[in-house]
Design a protein around this ligand. Sequence first.
Ligand code: ZN
Length: 200
Amino acid sequence: MTLPGPPGVPPWLAALLNYCSRCGAPLAHGPIPNETRDRLACQNCGFIAYVNPRLVVSTLPVTPDGRLVLIRRGIEPGYGLWAQPGGFLEIDETAHEGAIRETLEETGYEVEPTDVVGVYTRPQAAVVVIAWAARVVGGQPATSEETLEVRAYAPDEIPWAELAFATTTWAIRDWVRLRHPTVGHPPATDDHARWPGGSA
Ligand SMILES: [Zn+2]
């Protein structure tokens, strides 16, 4: 049974929010005293189930000769398409540590994040993605069960039509725009949720 979910929550996520995680009674969506918006809450024990996005930590690894390392994904979503290395932050690590770990797992490269290229929100997927520019400082390219291919692209060779996610396109476009302003990139028509802003 799926109860009417909160507005803005993707259906796949709302389907996981039917019951109170404290007492097991059904949750209901509605007004709660002292809350500024409607919430999911337990009618039995009063527990409020806050629904928040998850944080994805990622890097844009740059090789010593200035190429951008991308992975071809071996898992859904986005199977067979290209993305920057990244994944969900674990509860016991800093965002910086998580980005380094995910990059090593997915590419075989050790990286040092340098600066944040952007922070990207995608409510449809309930995620916030941080993308750091990063220096490749060690390791060797290696595939894994989650990665079909690891490849370093020159800034003018980015496979724009084969990128996995909107947030991938936004992050790489910002990297190209900021670091290689003479290189062409797709127009910014769909990125109301990105930071930094500005025309591209
Ligand atoms: Zn409860």
